[in-house]
Every structure is written in C-alpha cells, then in structure tokens.
Design a protein. Structure first.
Length: 393
C-alpha cells in the first residue's frame, strides 16, 4: 500500500515544486516591476525641478494668474504659426527618431548645482507627463554676464510653475543657430504643462545688437529679466573667469590693470568686459522695443546677500503666486554664499566653478573705473527707475 502510493507522493512533490518556482518567478517579476516603477518615480520627483514639481503640477493643477495665461496664449498662437509656416518640415520633425527629438542644446554649461546634470536631462528628455510639450519661452533672462544669471535661474526654478532650459541656448546671438529657425529653438526647451512658464537664459543676449529685434519678432509680449551688479565688481569677475579659462589651456593673461586701462591710464573701452558693464548703453536698445512692464531688473548684489526679496519680486513680475519662501534659502558659511534647501532638508549649492576668488586690484585703478562708470550708472538708474547705489569712489 505504501509502495503503491510512492509515485503519487513523488508526483505531488514535483507539482508542488513547479508551482513554488512559478510563484517565486511571479514574485520576482512583480518585485522588479515595482522597483523599476519606484526608480522612475524617484527620478521624476527628486530631479525634475526639485521637490515634487512635476508631480505637484500634475495632481494639483495649481491656479495661475490671468496675466500668465494671457502670455501663454500668445506663445501658443506663435507656436501654431510656426507649425503652419514650416509645414512639411514640421511633419518631418514628428517622424524623426526619439534621439533627435530629445537632442540637447549644442552649447553646454556647467551645472549650477553639485548634483548630476546629465541624470536630470535624461529624465526630463525621455520621461515626461502627458499633456506636456516643448514650448517657446515665456520669459528670457537676457543678462548680464557675471551678474548672477545662473543663480537667479536656479532660484526661480524652485517654483512649480517654472520650467527652465538647463543650457545657454545662444539662439538669438548666434547667426548660425538663428538660421535653424524657431522650430529648432523650441526643441531646446524642456517639456512643460500649458500653465507653466518656460525660462531660458543666455547672458550674451543683453550686449548683442541684433538680439532685441529678433526676440521682439518672435514674441513682442515676452517678459525679459536683466540681472546687474556693481559694474566694477562685474568687470573684475569677468576678467577672473577669462583668466581662469586661459590658465586651463596653459596660457597666461595679462594683469587686470593692463587689460582694463590703456598705457596712458585711460579706461580701455576696447576691452569687451569693460564695455559689458556700460549697462545704460545696451539697455537703451531694449527699452526702444519693449515697454517697462515687460522688463524687470534684478539687483545681483542683493541676490548674493539676501536672495529671497529679489526672487519674490521676480515671481510678482512673472505673475506667479508666491511659492518660494525664505526657508528655501540657507547661507553656507564655508562656501560664502546662499544655497537652496529642498523639501526642508536637502541642500544644493553652487559648484566649484562659482564664487571663484577675484584678483587683488590696485585701489587707484578701482577709483579710475568707478569715476568712469559713474555717469553711465546714473543714466541706468534713471532708465530703470531704481537706484542701485553702486560705489562711486
């Protein structure tokens, strides 16, 4: 009797083992699927514009101001016109490979924060929510070089209603890129929801003669932000970066004094960094095309010492609800500047390329430069209706 039942027991054990293996395989498959989903959500939540930005936008559908909606409607109309204008070219764009659709800007910049910018861009380019698309910017940070454009962009990017282009696109100041057309330009922008504002920043726009007209031709209602700082400090910072770049190529730059002044002691206006600090000359070209309510000037010096008020003013200018709080900023005594606090705990700071030391400059040279810039500063104060109170001696 026992012997006759042995095959049945063996068959039962075999079936039991098969079922156990199947259950184990199913469990492993479910576990792997869960882990994959978790990783995707983690990247979206952690890296997509810091702290639940896309998720919050998707779930909440936060209310935006009427002025912001109006600006987006203008952009949408422009984009529709682009689609019609480019016709068959746009159809061709739709059937291009995903790699081409997700191409990054050809101009690369260092990440403002110490986190991996490549990881961020991979997630933003290949994974995006339904109803999102690449849109022309509703706001452009036009300059000024070494004025704090990267810091301002990253601070504003804390807002759930803002999506930033991570690279300097150089579309309007580069004739070759401008020749690619607005369809190409739009492809350099991040994916965004209809009620989000896309922002890009290219500091060279401010001082390039052709740019104001080109931007105005794209969208005469666009909002523009300019961030400036003490002209002499900006000049020295500009020199420091250029000198550092040369040093990396084993080349040495002449001293600041020799670059900024002529042999006879006059200010060397042929030196581009000197000219860049002549804010009133360049700003006059922008106000000829754009009304005051479309131009906002940020105090770059105050952004360094107390960023919150300047960021809040920018939120107001963009017609956005105030979502960025003072708690988002924390001073890092080691680095000597403000970092941002994400979700109450995570701290993100400027990378090592920011906050580089400035050269020691002869005080007499500083006085010469301050006297030189003084009348231009007064003109700029009058144009903007704001006294930045830059040192005069």
């Amino acid at each position: 009797m026992i012997i006759m039942n042995m095959p049945s027991i063996g068959l039962y054990r075999s079936r039991y083992k098969s079922r156990s293996k199947l259950r184990n395989r199913n469990f492993i498959a479910i576990l792997l699927a869960f882990l994959a989903s978790f990783c995707i959500l983690f990247h979206l939540i952690s890296f997509n514009n810091y702290g639940f930005k896309s998720l919050a936008t998707c779930l909440e559908g936060a209310t935006r101001s009427k002025s912001f909606h109006a600006n987006n409607q203008v952009n949408h109309g422009i984009e529709d016109n682009i689609d019609n204008t480019y016709g068959f070219r746009h159809i061709g764009d739709d059937i291009e490979s995903q790699n081409d659709e997700n191409q990054a800007s050809s101009t690369s910049t260092l990440s403002y924060y110490s986190s991996s910018s490549s990881s961020v861009e991979l997630v933003d380019s290949s994974l995006h929510f339904p109803r999102t698309r690449r849109r022309l910017p509703g706001c452009i940070i036009i300059g000024v070089r070494k004025g704090g454009t990267r810091a301002l962009l990253e601070f504003l990017n804390l807002h759930p209603s803002i999506q930033k282009a991570s690279d300097e696109v150089h579309f309007f100041d580069d004739n070759n890129k401008y020749g690619y057309g607005l369809t190409w330009y739009r492809k350099q922008m991040p994916y965004s929801f209809p009620d989000q504002v896309t922002i890009e920043k290219t500091p060279a726009y401010f001082i390039t003669d052709s740019v104001p007209h080109r931007i105005h031709s794209m969208n005469s209602s666009i909002k523009l932000i300019l961030i400036v700082r003490d002209p002499v400090t900006r000049l020295i910072s500009d020199y420091a970066q250029l000198a550092e770049n040369k040093a990396k190529r084993d080349r040495k730059m002449a001293s600041f004094e020799r670059m900024a002044l002529q042999p006879n002691g006059a200010v060397n206006v042929a030196y581009k960094p000197v000219r860049t600090s002549l804010y009133s000359i360049f700003y006059s070209k922008w106000i000829q095309l754009f009304p005051a309510h479309q131009l906002h000037v940020v105090d770059g010096d105050r952004l360094v010492y107390d960023p919150f008020p300047e960021v809040q003013k920018a939120e107001t200018f963009l017609g956005l609800e105030h979502k960025i709080s003072r708690d988002n900023f924390i001073y890092n005594a080691t680095k000597g500047f403000y970092c941002v606090r994400i979700n109450g705990t995570l701290e993100k700071c400027l990378n090592e390329s920011k906050g580089r030391p400035h050269p020691q400059v002869n005080p007499q040279v500083i006085r010469i430069l301050r006297r030189f810039y003084r009348p231009y500063n007064y003109q700029f104060y009058k144009m903007t209706g704001r006294n930045f109170d830059w040192p005069e001696v």
